[in-house]
Every structure is written in structure tokens, then in C-alpha cells.
Design a protein around this ligand. Structure first.
Ligand code: ZN
Length: 160
């Protein structure tokens, strides 16, 4: 993990899918952030994990949709980060397992794997600073094949 924030320009995407809690087996949503425009990444699409700091409006956008994405202490990395937690038993599903193993939710190996993810652009006005670990390699596959959802669809009929 790096200490200085990544400088991210639009667009910033929220990727989501569902999995099962490793402890209690309950179905749970898992999310991560995908940033195609990170300063210093030379055009590589970055899949962010172990997010430690986010601008408030970005965090609110995510938590409104996924309240179980919460700041939690991880014994594995010995630090707190915004992690996917089980809505039923509260246990953290570590980013290592969601990102690092080929075939994991955020490490698609095939187009079919990537299609299981849903992408939504997070509205933001300028560039933002995010403290996180940028992973490179699978972002292009995700951006090319994940199901896109735009804000218009989400705010449709019965929203507020
Ligand atoms: Zn659970």
C-alpha cells in the first residue's frame, strides 16, 4: 500500500457483483473501484483495492447503494480499509481474496467472468484523491465486458 493518495480523473467506476460470505454463506454484494485515469499510471486501468481514504461524496454514493462497504480493520493487512462486509454476520471479505486470485470476483480471466460485473460511473466534478492500492492487468477486460448501468436507470421511477 502506498501512503500518498492516487490522483484520479474522471471517469471513476463502481464495479459490483455478488458472492457468498466465506463464513456464514449468506449472499452478499461486493464492490470495488475502477479508475482508467490515474496520474502516473500511463493509461493503465487501475482496479483499486484496500481503499483507505475516499472523498466524502464518493463514499456517500457507494454506501447509499452498498451500505455493507465499510471501514474495517483487517488483521491480514494490519490496517483499516473500506471493505466488503457480510450484511448478515458482519465479517470482512478481504480484498486479497476478491482481487488477487485468478477467477476471483475482481480478477476475471475471461469475458464471461467480466460480464458478471456491473459498472456504474460515480459522478464527480474534477479529479479526486484516493488512498488505495492500484492493481493493473484486468481493468481493460472489465471495462470492455462488464454490464453498464447508468445513473438514469437507477434514478428511474420509484427512487425518492
Ligand atoms: Zn456472513
Amino acid at each position: 500500500m502506498t501512503d500518498s493518495p492516487l490522483k484520479i480523473r474522471r471517469p471513476l467506476y463502481l464495479a459490483s457483483t455478488r458472492t457468498n460470505c466465506w463464513r456464514c454463506g449468506a449472499g452478499m454484494p461486493v464492490v470495488c473501484l475502477i479508475a482508467p485515469q490515474v496520474e502516473g499510471a500511463e493509461g493503465e486501468v487501475c482496479v483499486l483495492s484496500e481503499v483507505r481514504k475516499l472523498p466524502d461524496d464518493v463514499l456517500i454514493f457507494i454506501q447509499r447503494r452498498f451500505p455493507s462497504f465499510r471501514l474495517k480493520y483487517s488483521k491480514t493487512v494490519q490496517a483499516s480499509y473500506y471493505a466488503n462486509t457480510c450484511p448478515k454476520c458482519g465479517v470482512l471479505s478481504g480484498d486479497f481474496y476478491l482481487h488477487a486470485e485468478p477467477g476471483a470476483p475482481f480478477f476475471p480471466e475471461t469475458e464471461e467472468d467480466a460480464k458478471r460485473l456491473t459498472l456504474e460511473e460515480i459522478p464527480m466534478s474534477g479529479s479526486v484523491g484516493v488512498e488505495a492500492s492500484p492493481g493493473m492487468g484486468v481493468g481493460d477486460l472489465i471495462l470492455a465486458h462488464a454490464t453498464r448501468r447508468n445513473a438514469a436507470q437507477v434514478t428511474a421511477p420509484n427512487h425518492r
